[in-house]
Design a protein around this ligand. Structure first.
Ligand code: 3HC
Length: 290
């Protein structure tokens, strides 16, 4: 496959918030998507979410029923990676744990075609480190960092590892564009640009809350009204997941070796208490479970 060949099928590993958003976005762009997850309930949840999102778009008159049905028809929900082995492209969107991801990369290498790009949606882990799991295939490993909610956020942060080939980069830029996104490059440093900047701000909002500078609602209102944010930093933390924010801060702390990145004690405590945000219905705020 070369840069000029359009991607016809994409395998998305992981059916969580990000993986399911990537599969839906691909399907809406006319690309066949394999939604892969070892958990059948996770696949069922992703499928129901896809149907709901498309139904909402039809209701609003943004998508025709025919196009919505066609998009849904382009997604296959499978528990085995081998069911998607002929896909042109793979995006790993599994849990944010380097050892888990490396094992998945080795499986990807063993399963998919030798010319398939092996992309990762990691939010902070080194692409070079992940690529080390596949040895001589490191040239086809790249970071393709999508944002939540994937169907509407325009950015894909594109991160080359040390061995990523120019062809892999060019193909990734072309795919992101074909999916209706704007790809922007960033270098392979922990957190890249987005989370290097966003997460310390969110962490600081937890400090402001912990130190009593203002109530959570007021911290959020101040940033919303004063900085024109679409949602305040604490509301955004619930939306992203407090565990995800915590884990990204730990990657920044470990990799960049600076104590300023250590997660705020209050953020750590909420995570320990299982208050992980929207996905469990309780984080900084009480929220309806998704
Ligand atoms: N899927 C598809 N469309 C969605 C959606 C979803 N999950 N959620 C909202 N939308 C659509 C709505 O249908 C609506 O469309 P319309 O304008 O055509 O009616 C539009 O988005 C606006 O939604 P709402 O009116 O319901 O609510 P808001 O105006 O408050 O917008 C929001 C919701 C888009 C989530 C907005 O609050 C926002 O942009 N928040 C910030 C999100 C953000 O920062 N994301 C990045 C997180 S960091 C990340 O992902 C990186 C990772 O590594 C941590």
């Amino acid at each position: 496959m070369s840069t000029a060949t359009p991607v016809r099928s994409i395998a998305v590993i992981g059916a969580g918030t990000m993986g399911s958003g990537i599969a839906l976005t691909a399907a809406q762009a006319g690309i066949h998507a394999f939604q892969i997850d070892v958990s059948k309930p996770a696949l069922d949840k992703a499928k129901a979410g896809h149907a709901k999102s498309l139904a909402r778009l039809v209701e609003k008159g943004k998508v025709t029923q025919v196009d919505a049905d066609a998009a849904l028809g382009r997604i296959r929900y499978v528990t085995e990676m081998s069911d998607a082995k002929d896909a042109d492209w793979v995006v790993e969107a599994a849990t944010e744990n380097v050892e888990v991801k490396k094992k998945i990369f080795q499986l990807m290498q063993a399963t998919f075609r030798a010319d398939a790009v092996l992309a990762t949606n990691t939010s902070s882990i080194s692409i070079t480190d992940l690529a080390s799991a596949v040895g001589a295939d490191a040239h086809r490993v790249i970071g393709m960092h999508f944002f939540n909610p994937v169907p509407i956020m325009k950015l894909v942060e594109v991160i080359n590892g040390l061995a990523t080939s120019a062809d892999t980069t060019a193909r990734t830029l072309a795919l992101a564009t074909a999916m209706g996104k704007t790809p922007v490059p960033a270098n392979d440093r922990a957190g890249f640009v987005s989370n290097r900047v966003l997460m310390p701000m969110i962490n600081e909002a937890f400090y402001a809350w912990m130190e009593g500078v203002a109530k959570p609602e007021d911290i959020d209102r101040i940033m919303l009204l004063g900085c024109n944010f679409p949602m305040g930093p604490l509301r955004l933390a619930d939306f992203i997941g407090l565990d995800v924010c915590h884990d990204i801060m730990m990657v920044l702390y470990r990799e960049l070796g600076n104590p300023k990145f250590f997660p705020c004690p209050l953020l750590r405590q909420l995570v320990q208490a299982g208050r992980l945000g929207d996905k469990v219905g309780r984080g900084v705020y009480e929220l309806p479970a998704r």
